[in-house]
Design a protein around this ligand. Structure first.
Ligand SMILES: Nc1ncnc2c1ncn2[C@@H]1O[C@H](COP(=O)(O)OP(=O)(O)OP(=O)(O)O)[C@@H](O)[C@H]1O
Length: 368
């Protein structure tokens, strides 16, 4: 799993999307549910029985930071699609607040909403949503056409994006003449063409076979690396979430049960549900050496041994330590900030807290 691309704003810039106490309740008199603490506390089955309502999103709050890949993950029915559709009001929230760049989305009129969906937040769907009688290039240019861009300008922009997603040579084919992976690239290109501030992906790769799916994930990582565009990505696949996400919101029954980096979710699950969810994740692929390191024992140890970066995965450090046979130094800006040895690395792999039964030595940063 790739952690190298995770260069995100640390929260200093204002969020792209800001969501506060958002509810979406389907069913009769849905509005009474969010304000009623007793109803709000019921399980989904009890709520359905008592009121006939389904609370698809329950009191959810989070920010999406500029430049991050924010993943919404959860099992089928947990509320992922409803939540993300509420962001651009493809589904009307029952209560709560949604803002984009500080602008109240719930107060937008029809024209402003159209603008939001066409230019600022474009969506890539699972089932591509391509126009079957149009060529690849015209499908990609479609969003520009409805924005009113002239034919030659939109064609040249579309050609640029087609090249970016690796579809050169296929410009004049119809969607039916493309493989599933190629069709999804067209969907991706179409969303990219309008140069949106944020891209929303609704399980875009779940219909693709595993190898093509991996290619497409790599494509998203590459695009994100090159452009730093903010992305919100829905998936029910934990591995996909860990691979793509800078942060992951894990949903269950309409609530976010944990929001954190892949490392936080795998390393410090918030409850038994999350723990169970991440049980089979290869920890060494997700955890970084920050979790595994200890202070250097002395100046000599801080000055010798293989060097790894603080963001290196435990897996990468294991490789370095196995090759050299000795502890590796964790180097940041030319300084040794800690040391990883066999014991520390194994403790992470085994999911054991190395400090729990030690003499209180910390595994946090130390400067040699
Ligand atoms: N229009 C609707 N009317 C009533 N209930 C709905 C409606 N849309 C969704 N729901 C319910 O809301 C809950 C959340 O659905 P949602 O589609 O958001 O989940 P999801 O996590 O995206 O699932 P999946 O991965 O299967 O798409 C489910 O219980 C679903 O049955």
């Amino acid at each position: 799993m790739d952690t190298a691309h995770k260069a995100v704003d640390d929260g200093a810039a204002p969020p792209v999307f800001s969501v506060q106490n958002l509810w979406k309740v389907f069913g009769p008199k849905a509005h009474r549910v969010p304000g009623d603490a007793e109803l709000g506390a019921l399980s989904p089955a009890e709520l359905r029985e008592r009121t006939g309502c389904t609370a698809a999103v329950r009191d959810v709050s989070f920010d999406v930071r500029k430049g991050e890949v924010f993943v919404v993950m959860g099992l089928s029915g947990s509320g992922k699609s409803t939540l993300v559709r509420c962001l651009t009001r493809l589904i009307e929230p029952t209560s709560g607040a949604v803002a984009i760049d500080g602008e109240d989305v719930l107060a937008m009129d029809t024209a402003r909403l159209r603008e939001l969906r066409r230019r600022r937040a474009s969506m890539v769907f699972q089932h591509f949503g391509l126009l079957p009688h149009r060529s690849v290039i015209d499908n990609v240019a479609y969003g520009l056409e409805i924005q009113g861009m002239g034919k030659s300008a939109r064609r040249s922009r579309a050609a640029e994006v087609v090249a970016k997603v690796g579809l050169e040579g296929l410009e004049h084919r119809k969607p039916g003449q493309l493989s599933g992976g190629q069709q999804q690239r067209v969907g991706l290109a179409r969303a990219l063409a309008v140069d949106p501030e944020v891209m929303l992906f609704d399980e875009p790769f779940s219909a693709l076979d595993p190898l093509i799916r991996r290619d497409m994930q790599e494509e998203v990582i590459r695009l994100h690396r090159e452009e730093g565009r903010t992305m919100i990505f829905i998936t029910h696949d934990l591995n996909e979430a860990l691979k793509l996400g800078d942060r992951i919101a894990l949903m269950r029954d309409g609530r976010i049960v944990q929001l954190g980096t892949p490392e936080e979710i795998v390393g410090s699950p918030a409850d038994d549900y999350v723990r169970d969810f991440v049980r089979d994740v290869p920890r060494e692929q997700v955890m970084t050496v920050r979790t595994a390191m200890r202070p250097a024992a002395d100046a000599a140890e801080a000055a010798s041994g293989a060097a790894v970066a603080p963001d290196a995965t435990v897996f990468q450090a294991i490789e370095a330590v196995a090759r050299s046979g000795a502890a590796a130094r964790v180097m940041q800006d030319g300084r040794c900030v800690g040391v990883v040895d066999h014991a520390g690395l194994l403790a992470v792999v085994a999911g054991v807290d190395r400090d729990a039964d030690s003499d209180g030595a910390t595994d946090k940063v130390v400067v040699a």
